[in-house]
Design a protein around this ligand. Structure first.
Ligand code: S3P
Length: 433
């Protein structure tokens, strides 16, 4: 569905409760499925990606009940999954296929996995490689690089895997396989990626040992059912915060936002850009820090985003690039080649679509350069069915002079159902005042 976005006539005002964290929601369902007993998940993100995880776990024999406020997962224990009757469809979800591959590597049956056109282009050898090293029979197109994947697990052997990329999906797949492996499995990363798996292992009673950039797990541990409270997704909050920073006169609160330190790069960068962003009501929610984030619109300045910033904000780069078009000076984003293998090649999609609106961005080998501030003007732009590109373009429409038509906006439901409702609420709140 295409949407025509008009420039915001009024400031955005008010507080929205950010929907559940996508990474944590996936992990809660996956871990609960292989735990002993019934787990209850509250604040679960009912986005398309996490629903793909539920669908796959049901196909593997797990009974999952959904009510308005809770997901109840009747775990089958570490060895209780059943061979599925058909190919598992992961939809658009890289997290589902990569983490689930780790679990399937430990199962004594065969499973085939595939997803949509975007999944078919995403690199899988980063996961199939280490799982093969652990002794799983796993393959895919181009020697295990692309879907469909075929996995027959078995007697796995613990390994020490040095991952060439800082990827939580790779780390998590190997650690999950490590639960089924003889001995100890260790993953060492070049930079620390998000640590939701490690925290969730704790919640489900599994011991993981962390030391610097390494995480280890001993095979043979069992998971105990748990209650999981999912905080809001900081990657979704990033859109409301950027909207609040860019639409003149706005004051927006993103309530209930997860503040895991491996994810808060967007807060640091917005503050470095000079945004008036405050962190309020800091608390713990289900083993993860959370807070309410309040932002007021104001002038932004260009910054460099590179090095260990990158894994802490990789999914927020599209929307930060939009913010950079309105910042004074030249923003340089480096060390972010991973953007090329996300739902789309996000270096190209961000640069090309922002430039259509009058921005001045250049793609580089491992990031982009954005000269600001540039006024944006109306045009037709693509989302390429990438949720974060779609949402970035919709926000661009709020500040562009003239109508911005964004193609295929239903992709937003992958991670942020309620996105349009939140934006209209923030727009109507200021009119009501
Ligand atoms: C995720 C890890 C990141 C992130 C993705 C979710 C996860 O991917 O971009 O949206 O839940 O583990 P990589 O592991 O490829 O960096």
């Amino acid at each position: 569905m295409d949407r025509v976005i008009q420039q915001a006539e009024h400031p955005l005002r008010g507080a929205v409760t950010i929907p559940g964290d996508k990474s944590i929601s996936h992990r809660a369902v996956l871990f609960a499925s292989i735990a002993d007993g019934t787990s209850v998940i509250r604040g679960f993100l009912r986005g398309e990606d996490c629903l793909s995880t539920i669908r796959c776990m049901r196909a593997l024999g797990v009974e999952i009940e959904e009510t308005e406020n809770e997901i109840m997962v009747h775990g089958r224990g570490v060895h209780g999954l059943k061979e599925p009757e058909a190919l598992l469809d992961v939809g658009n979800s890289g997290t589902t296929i990569r983490l689930l591959s780790g679990i399937l590597a430990g199962q004594p049956f065969g499973t085939a996995l595939a997803g949509d056109d975007s999944i078919a282009k995403r690199p899988m050898r980063r996961v199939t490689g280490p799982l093969k090293m652990m002794n799983a029979a796993i393959d895919g197109r181009d020697h295990g690089q692309f879907t469909p994947l075929w996995i027959r697990g078995g007697s796995l052997q613990g390994v020490h895997f040095f991952s060439p990329v800082a990827s939580a999906q790779v780390k998590s797949a190997v650690l999950l396989a490590g639960l089924y492996a003889a001995g100890t499995t260790t993953v060492t990363e070049p930079d620390i990626s998000r640590d939701h798996t490690e925290r969730m292992m704790d919640t489900f009673g599994v011991t993981v040992a962390r030391s610097g950039r390494s995480v280890s797990i001993d095979g043979g541990q069992e998971l105990r059912a748990a209650e999981v409270e999912v905080p809001g997704d900081i990657s979704s909050a990033a859109f409301m915060l950027t909207a609040g920073a860019l639409v003149s006169g706005s004051e927006v609160t993103a309530a209930n936002t997860g503040m895991n330190p491996t994810r808060t790069g967007v807060v640091d960068v917005l503050q470095r850009m000079g945004a008036d962003l405050t962190v309020e009501n800091e608390r713990m929610l289900g083993g993860e820090p959370a807070a309410d984030l309040r932002i007021r619109a104001g002038r932004l300045k260009a910054v460099e985003i590179s090095g260990s910033d990158i894994p802490r904000l990789i999914d927020e780069i599209p929307v930060l690039a939009l913010a950079a078009t309105q910042a004074e000076g030249t923003t340089r984003i480096k060390d972010a080649a991973e953007l090329k293998v996300k739902e789309t090649n996000r270096i190209d999609t961000v640069v090309n679509q922002l430039n259509k609106l009058g921005a001045s961005c250049e793609a580089t080998e491992d990031g982009m350069v954005i000269h600001g501030p540039t006024p944006l003007s109306g045009a037709e732009v693509e989302s390429f069915h990438d949720h974060r590109i779609g949402m970035t373009m919709i926000l661009a429409g709020l500040i562009a002079d003239g109508e911005v038509t964004v193609k295929d906006t239903e992709a937003v439901n992958v991670s942020y159902p309620g996105f349009f409702e939140h934006l209209s609420f923030l727009q109507s709140s200021s009119q009501a005042q």
